[in-house]
Design a protein around this ligand. Structure first.
Ligand code: FES
Ligand code: FE2
Length: 350
């Protein structure tokens, strides 16, 4: 079992995005790594998907290099053939002697397709206790959305903190998302049993890509940043009641300790400009995310260079401390005390 999987405690008992639905084509096995566990996913004739460990029971060749025939996966090495339950149904070198097939299945996992993503339940001892995270406003009138896929060289904890972090925007995204004006922002930060919810009091603030597109009427802005255990952030900028808006939902999939795949759903409602906003918006969001890829890369490398963290925090880091407390408790419940529900009022300058 992979070291990361073993040391992740309760964090594995959740749904993790393995990719966008459209990436999994019929007849083509696909390799995916989650918590350092190599998996193979393939699509049946009826469109359903199956996921199992990417390791043949015979001599452990990777099944993802094999072929799909009649909904079965055939190992590329000696042709052992597995059905979607991971049961070996044929060993070519044994001819008709099916009784000689070892009675051991390749381990498989629960899988669901929802909101344009393929989700794998990584829990071993627990069956799914919930549904995959509901991606926002996908079916709501006036909203459009698209996914971005980004590989980051940092941990899930540091990434979700980055996605919830306001002060970095005036440095890492200077001139692109927010410029430094030294305005004071007040916020309420709340920790529940499985989320960290931040609501900002900044009705007159503006973000990035110019007011004329996002908020031409200068409606008051409502900004919330929410983290949902163990790996999802949702950042909302809503203008007026629900007249216009921009929502960034990110789900993080740990590949290895310092490698994380992030699926970012960009949702937007910009009035009559919505249908044509995509082109400019996708270039813009790619530019901004790449700035985070860079800072997360150098940050992650530095943590590894020192082989430990020595963090010091101020008011605007409360949400980060709360995220860390929830994720650390899920990792080592025996060694940590349960994080109590808490609410804090904070203020900081950007
Ligand atoms: S290793 Fe898979 S059939 Fe031999
Ligand atoms: Fe950022």
């Amino acid at each position: 079992m992979s070291k990361m999987y073993k040391s992740s405690g309760e964090l594995v008992n959740h749904w993790y995005a393995a990719g966008q639905s459209k990436a999994f084509k019929k007849g083509k096995p696909q390799s995916v790594v989650i918590f350092e566990k190599p998996l193979v996913i393939w699509r049946m004739k009826d469109g359903s998907l199956t996921v199992m460990l990417d390791r043949c029971n015979h001599r452990n060749a990777p099944l993802s290099e094999g072929k799909v025939l009649n909904d079965c996966l055939i190992c590329p090495y000696h042709g052992w053939t597995y059905n979607k339950e991971g049961k070996c149904i044929e060993i070519p070198s044994e001819g008709p002697n099916v009784d000689r097939i070892p009675n051991k299945k390749v381990e498989s996992f629960p899988l669901k397709e929802a909101y344009g993503l393929v989700w794998v339940w990584m829990g071993k001892d627990k069956s799914p206790t919930s549904a995959p995270f509901e991606m926002p406003v996908m079916k709501e009138l006036g909203w459009h959305s698209y996914y971005m896929e980004t590989k980051f060289s940092n941990t899930v904890t540091d990434l979700v903190e980055n996605f919830m972090d306001v002060p970095h925007t005036v440095f890492v995204h200077k001139g692109w998302f927010r410029d430094r004006k030294q305005i004071c922002i007040k916020a309420k930060v709340e920790r529940t049993a499985d989320s960290v919810l931040v609501s900002y009091d900044q009705p007159n603030d503006s973000i990035g890509f110019s007011g004329w597109l996002v908020n031409p009427k200068e409606l008051p802005m409502k900004h919330t940043d929410n983290f949902y255990m163990p790996n999802i952030t949702r950042v909302d900028y809503i203008f007026g009641g629900n007249e216009r808006g921009f929502i960034i939902t990110s789900t993080c999939t740990p590949v290895s300790p310092y490698e994380t795949m992030v699926y970012t759903l960009i949702s937007y409602k910009f009035g009559w400009l919505t249908p044509i906003a995509k082109l400019g918006l996708s270039a813009y969001t790619r530019k901004v995310i790449n700035q985070d890829v860079w800072i997360m890369d150098v940050h992650g490398k530095n943590i590894q260079r020192f082989d430990e963290t020595d963090y010091h925090s101020t008011q605007c880091d409360f949400m980060h401390l709360y995220i860390e407390s929830l994720r650390e408790y899920a990792t080592n419940a025996d060694e940590k005390s349960i994080p109590e529900p808490t609410v804090k009022e904070i203020e900081f300058w950007v």
